[in-house]
Design a protein around this ligand. Structure first.
Ligand SMILES: Cc1cc2nc3c(=O)[nH]c(=O)nc-3n(C[C@H](O)[C@H](O)[C@H](O)COP(=O)(O)OP(=O)(O)OC[C@H]3O[C@@H](n4cnc5c(N)ncnc54)[C@H](O)[C@@H]3O)c2cc1C
Length: 421
């Protein structure tokens, strides 16, 4: 099919310009030797939603999702619904008891290793691509190779060593640190942490939204089309798809649904009920003290928040809030996190309003990456929970390979949409 902007015909239409969609569009376009034309559609500028508000970590080691056996140990402290790491809305929990049970069923020991192995393949392919793309996109100054520190106030060396060993089984490098080593690494924070684990191969960026924009610019510079419009519906027609937009319609042979937390909405009219829930999260940025800079993202594992040095200031990101995607904001978790962060690093007043987003999560915490089971030419790429800024890149490469009939760069079996649809 020819690339014809006038007739609105294209080979691949990617819906959603977050990290997942932009990476899919970029990867599909790189397969140009097969002559593919690619259009990327979003109602907002690329990288303006979940892929904007995250902590900017390009993680080498996030292979163990929230639902592992450790969740069962932590559950008692979450039951009071006052811990900053996890809050849940009672009404939502009753209405979604089935989703909660399926999520917990995946936390048993037998489910852990297969999912970790699947995520390791996706993560390592993604890291490689980010390191390459960020340079090609002209934004190498945004990436920092300083690792990611997870830290505890108590002496939990044995548990940190167990985590290190679990990561090492998958070839992921880390270092266990004591108070002195943490101070040497982060000389500007107060010495509140006694134990730490440094993910040495993890990178981070100083502006996740601008990194997505840089990738999108690279896509447009290579001949990709970006269309700014609200997507209303998708319908199969003949050998391809009609995508109805608020200002017209476009036709494509393949459609990739990469709408992050909005993905399930669009699929409903095709008879797909994706069990997507929302682990909502907040952030706020604060004016840093130039004499007390953070050098890398730090995850406070006791209280359950993250602080990351960003272009505009220190970004404090909250833990998980389980509720409806569009329920009104409740800033209590963010406020508790910001107060705790102040006891670790000095910073001034907020530089912007609080932000809220939703991590899109399926019951097994694995994304869907692959073909829709009952429709040819429909590809699903969503459900990337806490690690979609990282894993968007590998997801895009895998989707583009599958569209082009080539083998994906890692084993995608565990991500098959047919496991739920
Ligand atoms: C607080 C927080 C911290 C996080 N920290 C990290 C981290 O450090 N590292 C990491 O790897 N991940 C992190 N994540 C997870 C990560 O941000 C997400 O998994 C990832 O951004 C999801 O990307 P996406 O492209 O699927 O979705 P999105 O970025 O949300 O993109 C979806 C796009 O679809 C568009 N869209 C939706 N509906 C329509 C429509 N009808 N018409 C047109 N456009 C539409 C939206 O405008 C949006 O641009 C974090 C998440 C949160 C909330």
């Amino acid at each position: 099919m020819a690339d014809d902007a006038k007739t609105g015909q294209t080979d691949v239409i990617v819906l959603g310009a977050g990290m997942v969609g932009v990476s899919s569009a970029l990867s599909a376009l790189s397969a140009r030797e097969r002559g593919m034309s690619v259009t990327l559609v979003d109602r907002r500028e690329p990288g303006s939603e979940t892929s904007y508000g995250n902590a900017g970590i390009i993680s080498s080691g996030s292979i163990f999702p929230l639902n592992t056996p450790a969740l069962f140990e932590a559950l008692p402290k979450y039951l009071s619904n006052s811990h900053p790491a996890l809050r849940w809305n009672l009404g939502w929990s009753i209405r979604n008891a089935d989703w909660i049970m399926r999520f917990l069923a995946n936390a048993f020991p037998a489910q852990t290793k297969p999912r970790a192995a699947a995520l390791q393949g996706l993560i390592s392919a993604s890291l490689k691509l980010h390191r390459e793309w960020i340079v090609r996109a002209g934004a190498p100054q945004r990436i920092r190779e300083t690792g990611w520190l997870k830290a505890w106030r108590g002496d939990v060396t044995a548990s940190a060593k167990a985590q290190q060993a679990a990561l090492a089984e998958f070839g992921i490098k880390s270092e266990v640190l004591d108070r002195q080593a943490i101070s040497a690494l982060e000389p500007n924070i107060l010495p509140v942490y006694r134990t730490g684990i440094l993910h040495t191969e993890t990178a981070s960026v100083d502006s996740p939204g601008n990194v997505v924009k840089a990738y999108a610019k690279m896509f447009a510079g290579a001949g990709g089309q970006i269309r700014s419009s609200d997507i209303k519906s998708i319908t199969p027609v003949g050998e391809g798809w009609r995508v109805v937009l608020s200002d017209g319609e476009i036709f494509g042979r393949h459609v990739v649904v990469a709408l992050g937390p909005w993905s399930a909405d669009l699929l409903r009219s095709l008879g797909y009920r994706a069990p997507l829930a929302f682990e909502r999260g907040y952030h706020q940025e604060f004016k840093p003290n130039p004499a007390r800079q953070l050098l890398r993202p730090i995850h406070d594992a006791d209280i359950g928040f993250l602080m990351s040095p960003m272009e505009q200031g220190i970004r404090v990101t909250s833990g998980v809030e389980l509720t409806d995607r569009d329920a009104p904001s409740n800033f209590a978790q963010l406020e508790a996190s910001a107060a705790a962060a102040r006891s670790v690093v000095e910073f001034g007043e907020a530089v912007a309003q609080p932000w809220r987003g939703a991590r899109p999560t399926l019951p097994d915490s694995l994304p869907m990456i692959g073909p829709a089971p009952r429709h040819r030419g429909l590809w699903l790429a969503f459900g990337h929970q806490h690690i979609g800024f990282t894993t968007g890149a590998g997801t895009g490469a895998a989707i583009a390979a599958m569209i082009g009939g080539a083998p994906p760069p890692f084993d995608v079996t565990a991500f098959a949409p047919s496991r739920y649809l």
